[in-house]
Ligand binder design. Structure first.
Ligand code: NAP
Length: 301
C-alpha cells in the first residue's frame, strides 16, 4: 500500500498559485463570510485565511453574528458582487437555522463563485462548459493525476450523491473518460459494486463505514470523509474518515489518509479558483480598457 500525500500535493498547488500571482502581478482578493460561531467553521475559515496569506491573496473577512438575517447576508453578497476589488466570494456552510442556504449561495455572481456551488457552475460542469469546479472533487482529480493514477477507461465507483461531492465527482471522472458508477443509501448489494472498482471515492458521511470488505485488492481508495473523534476513546486519534483505514490499508494499492489526504486539497483548489477569478477579471478589465481606448481613438479621428 502507498499513501497519497494530499498535504504535499496541496502545498505544490499553493506554491504554483503564489508564484503565478507574484510573477504576473495579479491582484486577487477572497471575501469570506462566516455567520455565527460554529467552532468547526471557524477552524475551516482560519485555514482558508492562512492559505490566502501564503498565496498572496488578500482575504476580506466578514464575520457576522448568529442572529444575522438572510436579507442581511444576501445584501452583503450583492455588495461584494459589485466590488471590483473582490475576485471571489465564499460563504462558509452551514449557515444558522432560518437562513436558506440555497438562496444565499445563488446570490453569488457566477464569475465570483469560487466554491463552484451555484446552479450555474453545476450546469457548466454538467454541460462541459467553462466554469468554477467545486473544490473537493476538483482536488481529488488533481490528487489522482499528480499521483500518477491513470483515469481513462478505469472502473470508478463514487459512494455518495451529494451536490457538493458525489455528483460533481462523478461528472469530473466522466470528463476524464472513466466509467463511473454512483452508489447511495438505497443501493442494493453495494459491496459487490464497490469491490469491482479500480478507483473508489468514498463520500458517505459515516465514520469508518467502508472496511476491507468493500474494496478490491490493489484498488485506489479516496476517503473524502472527515469526522472528529473523542481522542480519549480512540488512542489519541482526533480525526477519522468514512473509510476504516486500519482495515483497508493492506488491501488497497493507494489510499488517502485522514487527516492529510483530501482535506488540504479542498483549500488548495479554492486558492486556484480565486486566482482563476482574479486573472479573468484582469483580462476583462484589459479588454474593457482596450475597447475604451479604441472608442476614444475612433471619436477623435
Ligand atoms: P452528504 O450530503 O451527507 O451525502 C452523503 C451521501 O452518502 C448521500 O448521497 C447518501 O445517500 C450516501 N450514503 C449515506 N449512507 C450511506 C450508506 N450506508 N451506503 C451508501 N451510501 C450512503 O455528505 P457530503 O457533503 O457529500 O460529504 C461526505 C463526507 O465528506 C462527509 O464526511 C463530509 O464531512 C466530508 N467532506 C469533506 C470535505 C473535505 O474537504 N475533506 C469536503 C466536503 C465534505 P442518499 O443520497 O441516498 O441519502
Amino acid at each position: 500500500m502507498r499513501l497519497i500525500d494530499g498535504k504535499a500535493i496541496a502545498q505544490e498547488i499553493k506554491e504554483e498559485v503564489r508564484d503565478r500571482i507574484a510573477s504576473e502581478g495579479i491582484k486577487a482578493a477572497l471575501a469570506v463570510i462566516l455567520v455565527g460561531n460554529d467552532p468547526a467553521s471557524q477552524v475551516y475559515v482560519g485555514n482558508k485565511k492562512k492559505a490566502c496569506e501564503f498565496c498572496g491573496i488578500r482575504s476580506i473577512s466578514h464575520e457576522l453574528p448568529a442572529e444575522t438575517t438572510e436579507e442581511e447576508v444576501t445584501e452583503l453578497i450583492r455588495k461584494l458582487n459589485n466590488d471590483p476589488e473582490v475576485s471571489g466570494i465564499l460563504c462558509q456552510l452551514p449557515l444558522p437555522e432560518g437562513i436558506n442556504e440555497k438562496r444565499v449561495i445563488e446570490t453569488i455572481a457566477p464569475e465570483k463563485d469560487v466554491d463552484g456551488f451555484t446552479v450555474r457552475s453545476a450546469g457548466a460542469l454538467f454541460a462541459g462548459e467553462e466554469g468554477f469546479l467545486p473544490c473537493t472533487p476538483a482536488g481529488i482529480i488533481e490528487l489522482l493525476k499528480r499521483s500518477g493514477v491513470e483515469l481513462e477507461g478505469k472502473n470508478c465507483v463514487v459512494m455518495g450523491r451529494s451536490n457538493i461531492v458525489g455528483k460533481p465527482m462523478a461528472q469530473l471522472l466522466l470528463r476524464e473518460n472513466a466509467t463511473v458508477t454512483v452508489t447511495h443509501s438505497r443501493t442494493k448489494n453495494i459491496r459487490e459494486i464497490t469491490s469491482r472498482a479500480d478507483i473508489l471515492v468514498v463520500a458517505v458521511g459515516k465514520p469508518m463505514m467502508v472496511d476491507a470488505g468493500y474494496i478490491r485488492e490493489g484498488a485506489v481508495v479516496i476517503d473524502v470523509g472527515i469526522h472528529r473523534l473523542n481522542p480519549d476513546e480512540n488512542g489519541g486519534r482526533k480525526l477519522c474518515g468514512d473509510v476504516d483505514f486500519e482495515s483497508v490499508k493492506e488491501k488497497a494499492g493507494l489510499i488517502t489518509p485522514v487527516p492529510g489526504g483530501v482535506g488540504p486539497m479542498t483549500i488548495a483548489m479554492l486558492m486556484a479558483n480565486t486566482l482563476k477569478a482574479a486573472a479573468a477579471s484582469c483580462d476583462s478589465n484589459r479588454r474593457k480598457f482596450r475597447n475604451a481606448l479604441s472608442e476614444m481613438r475612433r471619436s477623435l479621428s
